[in-house]
Design a binder for this molecule. Structure first.
Ligand SMILES: [Zn+2]
Length: 351
């Protein structure tokens, strides 16, 4: 049985967990001012909440949201994050800010800037340039596309070409809502693409790549259930920006799968955690020691509240005795709270 845990590893240990789809910029969103009116569907959630938040981001809030998100990942035994970023008024250099923030905390990250034509072709060009700049400088990442429905065909083609040139995949939201024009990705995809959500994909969609399932986010946005077990593509597990507690996301994924098909086993769902190592093979050697044993999916599916006691990344202890080892966690929380207040004031003043 595939356990994430190597033969020689103690029963209270696992490898580092991977969050296969995150938005670190959303770490400051909790407590944000209410939207101008209550969104009534997925499109309005984007327009009234997330597309206002990303407009308000600047270099400072990007940095503190990334540090807070990375710290909170570490505190839950998540040692590697696949991030998807957007900050239309602070594009240039944003991926390096995120990568540096994660490095400071000690968490591995794969960065992508989600290009979009929502702010015109100049905005799309700036997003493409940021992906190119980051990858050309040796940054670890993919080329990001927000989603087909907010991009022109030329932008999609340019992103696909850029990814191929850098020998990386494309990280893109696919069929999260019914309105996504995901068929326009056909002909561009490759096995190294990261296809996020896939809720409204037909079984025989024909797209190549790994499908990243984000059950809690899908429920929160009422977009439907992706039924990921129907796909022939590999399936990974992400949070879509709602923290990086992968044991918790595993439990949500399990009960959501059970609701659809009661024969689903914890091992079926646990295998989705394993898929993250496709991008972070070295995270298999990270060691998380937990306050519970054995770390068996059949127990963990029904055992909330299991926490790490020690996290080692690349042989280095980065979390022990309830605290991050490389950074001052209290200081990060304090500075992030101050940055959040600045962000909230910008949102309040936004028309
Ligand atoms: Zn997302």
């Amino acid at each position: 049985m595939d356990r994430l845990v190597g033969e020689a590893v103690n029963p209270e240990q696992t490898a580092g967990l991977v969050c296969a789809h995150h938005h670190l910029y959303s770490a400051l969103a909790r407590g944000m001012p209410a939207p101008p009116r209550t969104p009534t569907g997925f499109q309005e959630i984007l327009e009234l909440v997330w597309w206002r938040l990303d407009l308000a981001l600047d270099a400072d809030t990007i940095e503190w949201s990334a540090k807070l998100g990375a710290l909170e990942a570490l505190e839950r035994g998540c040692t590697a994050i696949v991030d998807h970023h957007e900050s239309p008024h602070a594009i240039d250099g944003s991926l390096s800010i995120i990568a540096d923030a994660c490095a400071e905390v000690g968490v591995r990250v794969n960065c992508a800037y989600g290009v979009t034509d929502r702010h015109g072709s100049e905005g799309a060009a700036a997003g493409l340039a940021e992906n190119d700049r980051f990858l050309s400088g040796g940054g670890r990442g993919m080329v990001g596309i927000h989603a087909a429905f907010t991009c022109d065909d030329d932008t999609i083609a340019a992103a696909a070409e850029m990814a191929e040139r850098h020998d990386v995949g494309v990280h893109v939201h696919v069929a999260e809502g019914e309105a996504d024009t995901w068929t326009r990705l056909a002909g561009h995809t490759a096995d190294n693409w990261w296809l996020v959500h896939g809720v409204h994909l037909p079984d025989d969609h024909g797209l190549l790549g790994t499908i990243i399932h984000n059950p809690r986010s899908n429920m929160n946005n009422a977009v439907g259930y992706a039924r990921p077990q129907r796909f022939s593509n590999p399936v990974g597990l992400g949070t879509d920006g709602i923290g990086a507690d992968m044991l918790d996301e595993f439990r949500v994924a399990f009960v959501r799968a059970r609701e659809h098909d009661v024969t689903t086993t914890p091992d079926d769902t646990w295998s989705w955690l394993d898929t993250g190592y496709e991008l972070f093979p070295e995270a298999r050697n990270d060691r998380v020691t937990w306050d519970y044993q054995p770390m068996d999916p059949w127990r963990l599916a029904y055992s909330p509240g299991v926490s790490p006691t020690t996290v080692e990344i690349d042989g280095q202890v980065v979390f022990a005795d309830g605290a991050a080892a490389l950074v001052d966690g209290d200081e990060i929380r304090h500075k992030a709270a101050e940055a959040a207040q600045r962000l909230f004031r910008k949102l309040e003043n936004m028309t």
